[in-house]
Design a protein around this ligand. Structure first.
Ligand code: ACM
Ligand code: ZN
Length: 745
């Protein structure tokens, strides 16, 4: 076995007395130059700010422990020992987010042309101050900074779980510290209406409360509502005064608050309150508005009027996602609307409705934004699209010259598990480790250059079906929110995962200071392999969420200890191995070792003919996937697992008549999204590709009711047989089959 030298130079972990330089700021600034020397400050340090920046200077004084009495406006009389926040010339660029900072031994000098730029500068200084273990010292440096994307957002679902304004403020404080600038509140959904509306008080009287504390129990029960006075009532809503308070708090911190009112789906709480707004009236439960009914539009425009009066946001979000169109098909009013307006299907009916609301929103000087379903049936004239069902919606919209916010499920849904689900509190599903968030680039590679400007930014979403507490919300948001911050702010070419991991270390202390219940970085070792199917060798890279982990590994299936091999960089393996790897601290393994089978087998690199094609949505590496030697990880969407919506039926050509012993293949089960073990697999062998015999079978013995993430290897013994062609069949139970390799030996 050959071993490559590590490419990483080991950098000593920072010692306590060392000052942390400005390169530790997250998100990483566009340019940082460190200079020798230190600026010292105390509670008596003066802050002299331009009139425009007095409020922003208040933020800085708070985080640096400087008395607010020491803030003055105007020109400084003395230049030593002060912090200056100056308005940069030429003026007139009111929204430019750029700022510069020069920290010398004598002073801190901040310049910006706008309040928003000054807020960003102040947050950079705040971070630098609170990052230090000796408070009161900041290392000298020069920073020039501006964001890559103008929109850097976070969505909080306050319908499935209601959050008090104290929590919203905590989030706003942290968002501002990490330079996120849009908080999108999902205010309405089946599980509860969360905003006071003067014209329709019944919405909150009737649908802001429910009999069950947790969404999951409510969903499993009869999904009814309660009154605030019921002893078991759970819920709540924001009054207009609450919202004004939140907006003022957000505005001071450079954050816009976007209200979302769901339309025309996800509106069961509205139709339960006003049954005349649904197609079924009082004859059944429904989550959609009736789009044939003029009262629907009058009602929604009245809602929008109050929301637009309350929220200064340039964007008003009208939802648009996941509307069930069944009732519209049957409803006489909806049919009539379609006939009169020459709408060919229900998608066009929804598009008609969204366009009608867009006119109203535009007439009030605001812009409509919606989930990517607003593309279906025709996109409203100037709508902005939030692309969540992957990036395809965003790409289509950008090609039509519409603004886009990227928030694809696979990278930006923070309700997904962030570590091995077996070690985590229950979540909705999926698998989104922080590294995957960090690697996301909001500009799709396939989008032509002149359309890239329509990608305005990126957003992460926290849906709260499985997030019943503030502690759990913290846990799902952090530290992934810091990765999001850098995805939105920092140029993609400046994003380096190892560098980010190092810079993250002192930020855990900041999160602790702000009482954030963040998820600790995992000790799990991740195994990445590249197999050369011709040379029959594998290049192995081991890494983890830990900074400078001590990784030890074995290749014979034994448990790694200090006597195992110490990992120092990518290494090559010839042939098969059962690789086990652990992080050791003080000689003790942290958690369960990673286990990865490297299998150099007879079908490696051989051609597969698919008698039934794999799913177009989950091709992985297409026809190479099942004989490339690469194993999948914890999610079927990692590009290693191939999905099938039918039975699997394929033939592997070994190119010559070969003595055989075994065929095995690993499958995944996760019944939530409909991924099942096969009922059985069946293998047959042929020398000429015509006559196949004999058939051997391996039957499933895993419960198809078990909701956890499960893996099983199906194996068929072929001892004594010879053949060139191996036919592999797997019976689809229902939904999807996923497998990562077919090993032939
Ligand atoms: C969504 O996740 N339904 C936008
Ligand atoms: Zn209808």
């Amino acid at each position: 076995m050959k071993k490559y030298l590590s490419l990483l130079l080991l950098i000593p972990v920072f010692t306590k007395s060392q000052l942390l330089s400005a390169k530790f700021i997250i998100p990483k600034p566009a340019s940082v130059i460190s200079d020798p020397g230190v600026f010292h400050f105390s509670s008596r340090t003066k802050i002299i700010a331009d009139k425009l920046f007095i409020e922003t200077a208040g933020l800085l004084s708070e985080s640096m422990g400087i008395s607010s009495k020491n803030i003055e406006s105007g020109t400084p009389s003395n230049t030593v020992g002060i912090i200056r926040i100056l308005r940069k010339q030429p003026l007139g660029k009111n929204n430019t987010p750029e700022y510069t900072i020069k920290i010398t031994i004598d002073s801190i000098h901040i310049e910006s042309a706008s309040v928003i730029g000054a807020i960003h500068a102040v947050q950079s200084i705040s971070q630098l101050a609170i990052l230090q273990t000796t408070f009161g010292s900041i290392p000298c440096s020069r920073i020039v900074d501006y964001p890559e994307f103008n929109y850097r957002g976070l969505m909080l679902d306050v319908s499935r779980n209601f959050f008090p304004i104290s929590y919203i403020k905590k989030l706003l404080g942290l968002m501002s510290l990490y330079k996120l600038n849009n908080l999108h509140l999902h205010l309405t959904d089946d599980a509860g209406w969360r905003l006071e509306i003067n014209k329709y008080p019944e919405l909150t009287n009737h649908a802001a409360w429910r009999p069950q504390r947790n969404w999951k129990e409510w969903w499993k029960a009869d999904r009814s509502y309660a009154s605030a006075a019921d002893p078991l009532a759970y819920g709540g809503f924001y009054t207009k005064a609450d919202i004004k308070e939140i907006i003022q708090y957000a505005n001071m911190r450079g954050i816009n608050l976007i209200p979302e009112l769901e339309f025309p789906g996800h509106s069961g709480e509205v139709v339960a309150t006003y049954p005349n707004l649904g197609c079924l009236g009082t004859n059944g439960k429904q989550s959609e508005y009736c789009l044939g009914n003029d009262s629907t539009f009058l009602f929604f425009e009245n809602l929008l009027s109050e929301v637009i009066d309350l929220f200064p946001s340039p964007y008003i979000h009208i939802g648009g996602d996941e509307a069930d169109q069944q009732n519209w098909k049957k409803c006489p009013k909806c049919r009539e609307r379609m006939r009169v307006n020459h709408l060919k299907d229900e998608k066009e009916l929804q598009s008609y409705a969204i366009k009608r609301l867009e006119k109203f929103i535009n007439s009030k000087g605001r812009k409509l934004i919606g989930w990517d379903e607003i593309l279906d049936g025709g996109l409203a004239e100037s709508a902005t699209v939030m692309s969540w069902r992957g990036e395809a919606g965003g790409i289509s919209a950008a090609k039509m010259n519409h603004d886009v916010i990227m928030t694809p499920g696979a990278y930006m849904y923070f309700d997904a598990y962030q570590q091995d689900p077996a070690t985590q509190p229950e979540a909705i599903g999926g698998y989104l480790p922080i590294e995957k968030v960090y690697q996301y680039n909001p500009v799709p590679a396939v989008l032509e250059k002149e359309k890239q400007k329509y990608i305005k930014g990126v957003q992460a979403n926290l849906w709260t079906e499985y997030i019943p507490t503030m502690e759990q919300a913290d846990y799902m948001l952090f530290p992934r929110m810091l990765a999001l911050s850098e995805v939105g702010w920092t140029n993609n070419a400046n994003k380096i995962w190892d560098d980010f991991t190092e810079r993250m270390q002192p930020h855990y202390a900041i999160l602790k200071k702000f009482s954030v219940n963040y998820c600790r970085p995992s000790y799990q070792v991740q195994v990445d392999t590249k197999t050369d199917t011709k040379e029959r060798t594998s290049l192995v890279t081991l890494h983890s969420e830990q900074w400078l982990p001590e990784i030890y590994y074995t290749l014979d299936g034994s448990t790694p200890s200090q006597n195992a091999i110490n990992y120092s960089g990518p290494f090559q393996i010839i042939g098969s191995a059962n690789l086990r790897a652990s992080i050791l601290r003080d000689g003790k393994a942290q958690g369960k070792p990673a286990s990865y089978d490297i299998e150099i087998h007879k079908a490696l690199g051989k051609k597969i003919t698919y008698l039934k094609k794999y799913s177009a949505s989950y091709p992985a590496a297409s026809a190479a996937t099942l004989t490339d030697g690469l194993k999948g990880g914890l999610t079927y969407s990692d590009g290693r697992w191939q999905g099938f919506e039918t039975d699997m039926d394929l033939i592997i050509d070994l190119e010559e008549n070969t003595p055989l012993q075994v065929v095995r293949s690993r499958f995944m089960q996760l019944i939530g999204p409909g991924v099942y073990m096969p009922d059985y697999i069946e293998v047959s062998v042929s020398e000429d590709g015509k006559q196949y015999s004999p058939v051997n079978k391996c039957t499933n013995d895993i419960s198809i009711k078990d909701p956890s993430l499960l893996f099983k290897i199906f194996e068929v013994d072929l001892t004594g047989l010879k053949g060139r062609y191996v036919r592999f069949f797997a019976k689809n139970h229902s939904g999807f089959l996923f497998t990562d390799e077919i090993v032939v030996d």
